[in-house]
Design a binder for this molecule. Sequence first.
Ligand SMILES: [Zn+2]
Length: 737
Amino acid sequence: MNAGGDVWWNRPLRVLQFNFEDSLGLYVSRITGREVVEVAEKIRANVIVVFARDAWGYTYYRGGRVGPPRPGMKGDFLRELVEEAHRRGIKVVAMVAHTANKLLYMRHSDWAQVNRRGEPILLEHAPPLGEWEPQWPQLCPNSPFLEHAILEVREAVELGVDGILFDSFRYQPDPERACYCRWCRQKFREEFGHDMPVEPNWNNSVWRTLWDWRYRVVVKALSRLAEEARKSGRKVMVLYNSHPAGWAGRANRVIEEARGVLDGVFAECSEADYQPPGFIAEMVKLTKAMAGDGVKVFASRNAFHQLKPTEPLPAPALRQGLRETIIAGGDPWVPVFSSQFVLDDSWVEAVEQVFREHELLEEYIVGSEPIRYAAIVVSNIVRDHYGRLNPSLYVDETRGFYYMFQRLHIPAQYLLDKDLKKSIWSYKLVVLADTACIDDSTARVVREFGDGGRGGVVATFMAGMMDGKCLPAGGNVLADILGFELLGEPIELEWAYLNPLDTHHPLLEGLDKPILIGDTRRDMRQRLNLASIVPVKPVEGSEAPASILVPAYKFGHEYTLGRSSPPPSHEARVAGVVVRSKTVYYPWRLGANYWYSGSPRLLKLLANTVNFLAGEPPVKVEAPSTVISEAWRQGDRVVIHLLNYTTNQRILAADFTGARQPLPAYSGGPPIHPITEIIPVHNIVLHVDVKLLGYENVKAYSPLTKREYPVAVDRGRVRIVVGELEEYEVVVVEPKR
Ligand SMILES: [Zn+2]
């Protein structure tokens, strides 16, 4: 990594990513490098990201050795773009070394990544049926392709670019896309003395070794490419596109293991249109957790809706998406394709508005730190070795917590399991959301944290049932910390009820009726077992203020037999929750249940849990759940971002599938509409703890609108009312001087 603070990227950046993705080059003759720079300048971008070489194998510069220049290209696109950009003080990052390269594949098909059936592994999302001519076949980093990729880096750096991005450098462990080419088979055999197993078998240590080895292949290749980029002696930023919620989320582990190799990570967020509001902010925080300190994180809001790059996204959606990156502490990045660039420039104004705000906010961003209160532990090892071929089994639990915290306006960050020992002490509350695999030393730190009264611990479901290598722990490594005794193996259930026993317990405040666990059997092929339970009972010193009610039937009869919820029947003699003074254990998946159901009762349960364990957060926001708040600390300032996601309806319908005697759907789904309007909300109240500030004589204002907000101090809390929130507001609290 380029250490030290004197690198050009060590300041707030705004990125225009301009892509030609066009096999016949229909647009390449219509756009010059200069025109791209002019638009970048207009929107106040200070970085342009462009292809040096595309996924078909063509280059966007002349005189190189790595591939032919794109036919039809006007002039010397990239070279001219770099010159023009530098003239205007804009940096250029070149995309190189994508594993997809069709021209090279046609010359060296033995360099291709091939799956277990011998098919070339594709970068594109080919339709499942019918003939398909591979467009973006991927080459293997274990083959001589890597030497070619190194040459690509060298040529790009020689063009004078300021950074390189490995945008689509993919090599997956998942069976459908895992490589079994001769280079891989040979390397694996040389290193481990075994052939690569073909069928997933998690009881086979060679399969597990192979799975983990594939990440090392990527990291090793990235290290080699990064080394090449840094040979020039100039400060060349090295970036990797992790696409955190794409590619089964596997590249998050690449980021974890490539710490020390990368200067920055591009969290591509192309799923934003069909993910929850707040998704981009979430991905920024997830990526920061993966990358560790000192690594720049960028996140994108596409300038188009869903998979329609030819058509612009409505401006409110574009603005809010770009702002999400900013409020979460990332640098905003807008991808635009050449078709939209030519056809419709209405995206330009929306981006310019947000990039201008970002310029204004620079003064409040540099050197700021998020308010650390709640941490949701995330683990690539758990996702891979416990979630295995179905990451959502684990990931839904972590994301459910994330969105509960977002809606409750509780400051929350993701915390990588590897960093828990070092960083747990910065938080008041740590959530072990189905963190199945925990090594002994981590368990010791969690104990110290909980027992020392420093903060509270929430754990759910299988947390602690496996050791650090994700092998059965032969019990539960957290049992004594969480105060329970294991009664047996986990019970697989589709439905259950949490049964409040002690309705005066603070955890159950306002919740005196049975709470349904499990979700509508929407897709019957998918056995989610959302009500599965680890059977436990409290030991001395802990209590179980709620038990579990077993449903009367396997599935409900009322309303729609087979799909609906069954009523509760009898009490199982197992705890629904185990509480010690500073720990709360839910032996079922609270997060995943919320992820699927959005149940307000579960949200209330978490609010009570947080309050019981950690008390009020130092920054409290009273606002509708459709407002996203992020609180930052910068020296003696507190900076609170408010982003309004009170919008028109986005998802109109979803269908039910998978019944035994299926019928056609009445209408198709899910239709996903873009956000077209933001509905203002009123009278948001901010409370900031005076202890956090360290002073009472405060003023509050908005750097965006220059508005001053009246301040009242009451019982140790500063109170600020934001009368109206249209789209976005930033409230700065600082000493009155
Ligand atoms: Zn291979």
